[in-house]
Design a protein around this ligand. Structure first.
Ligand code: TYD
Ligand code: MG
Length: 446
């Protein structure tokens, strides 16, 4: 007989407790506990046989292309058989569109089971028409019960399974509501077992909560093999697909898309796109080079420095870490003697990008200094480098790749950390090394 008991589980991280708690001791969230029922099966399990590592024959080449280059790259070179991929993102960002488009290329593998708990088959048909996808290999299943899905999957034996979205699926064995941590964990695990057993790739679509995490994020992230986040601004057509966990590839890769009338279009040269609307000869705009995985990305950083009309000046950071901005402002004040204490400062990475790499520090510093001094930086100039607390400009990785990308897009001059420029071979463009921010700003602005 299954033994069941009630327990309380944090809906954010999955921590469980026999009593209700106001604050989760694990993730620190308030008011996140709800009642769940845990079913403990007392069945004895068959134990696995130990095997010698060298005796295992594993085929590493079983990857399948989705025929969407940006998606393949983010996945680490295509879809791996039997892998579980979670695609997270805000509602309306284009997750269903992305997955439907990728199925077009994957139909050559065989039958695809598309489980939709959110939309009716008619709605999906309308989307497919819009994307010009016609295939008799895509089978739609408007079902939300886990048991129903598994029994259909056993019957039709699909080569790929898509669950859109995991939050709508529930198991009849659990009394808790769909979308709760217990349900998500149970459904994702059962589906994963099915996928691994039959060697079929499983795509799970997951919603992001208000706080910016996939509901029950920790719970899902450790179950699946790959976690991709689909990001972007609602008012902006650009979308970025980012790998945050990947058992089959690098997590630094990104894919760039543009949402158009007839679906997502791949962006082959994102740098060109991000710089396409750059205002020329305007103070506060600087181009810097970030590296996303193996790809250099030229981005424009804009800063606006204005006198504050309130006692406490405002600091706003879009696309970069807020604390990093404060740190860089402090460096500007101390090392360059700029009086920013009574100024409102806004910093934005253009195009809705989010960059966490310290290599763009120098770009941020230059943008703020340029706006503060009301002095435009030459349009053919770019800069990068990590800035330390004493104002030193630190070398960054892969400087050569970054400079080449800038040269390709027609930039004439680069201000880079001195240690990077010293270790460099001949470059097609004028590269100047700077040891610290004073030197760099001096070259950039005068
Ligand atoms: P959707 O894939 O439904 O988002 P999600 O599954 O992440 O909730 O995409 C929703 C948005 O994309 C919707 O606002 C309309 C837009 N869209 C286009 O602009 N062009 C298209 O070809 C499609 C299919 C959608
Ligand atoms: Mg959707």
């Amino acid at each position: 007989m299954p033994r069941s008991k009630i327990l309380y589980q944090c809906q954010s991280c999955g921590y469980s407790s026999p009593k209700w708690l106001g604050k989760c001791p694990d993730c620190g969230k308030w008011n996140s506990f709800s009642e769940e029922q845990r079913i403990t099966k007392l069945k004895s399990q068959k134990t696995a046989e130990p095997v010698v590592l060298s005796g295992i024959s594993a085929s590493t080449g079983s990857r399948y292309t989705t025929e969407i280059k940006e998606l393949d790259r983010t996945l680490g070179g295509g879809v791996v058989m039997g892998s579980v991929v979670l695609i997270g993102g805000d509602p309306g960002i284009g997750k269903s569109t992305l997955i439907l488009q990728s199925l077009k290329g994957l139909t050559k593998l065989g039958r695809i089971l598309y489980v939709s708990g959110e939309e009716s088959p008619e709605q999906i048909k309308i989307r497919a028409d819009r994307l010009r996808i016609k295939s008799d290999k895509i089978i739609l299943l408007p079902e939300t019960s886990l048991e129903g899905i598994i029994s259909v999957a056993q019957k039709i034996n699909p080569q790929i399974i898509v669950i859109d979205s995991i939050q709508t699926i529930f198991s009849l064995e659990l009394p808790s509501a769909p979308g709760s941590v217990g349900q998500i964990r149970e459904c994702a695990t059962k589906l994963m077992f099915f996928a691994k057993k039959h060697g079929v790739p499983l795509f799970l679509i997951g919603h992001v909560t208000k706080e910016g995490a996939i509901a029950g994020p920790k719970v899902l992230e450790h179950i699946v093999d790959t976690v991709l986040y689909f990001e972007g601004d609602k008012g902006n057509p650009f979308r970025i697909l980012r790998a945050v966990k990947n058992r089959f590839g690098s997590t630094n890769e990104i894919g760039v898309f543009e949402m158009q009338e007839s679906g997502l279009k791949e962006v082959d040269n994102p740098s060109e796109l991000f710089l396409s609307e750059r205002p020329l000869n305007v103070p506060g705009s600087v181009v810097t080079v970030s590296l996303e995985g193996t790809r250099p990305l030229l981005v424009e950083i804009q800063a606006l420095v204005t006198a504050s009309s309130f006692g406490v000046p405002r600091r706003t950071a879009l696309g970069v870490d807020y604390n990093r901005i404060n740190l860089l402002i402090a460096v500007l004040e101390k090392r360059l003697g700029m009086h920013l204490g009574s100024m409102d400062i806004f910093v934005n990475v253009v195009g809705g990008l989010r960059i966490d790499e310290p290599a763009i520090d120098m770009g941020i510093i230059a943008a703020i200094a340029s706006s503060f001094k009301n002095h435009a930086i030459d349009t053919g100039v770019f800069t990068f480098g990590e800035v330390g607390l004493s104002g030193e400009l630190r070398a960054i990785s892969q400087a050569g790749i970054r400079i080449n990308e800038a040269a390709k897009l027609g930039f004439k001059k680069g201000i880079v950390p001195a240690n990077n420029s010293n270790n460099m071979e001949e470059s097609a463009i004028d590269i100047t090394g700077a040891k610290n921010v004073e030197e760099a700003i001096e070259i950039l602005m005068f």
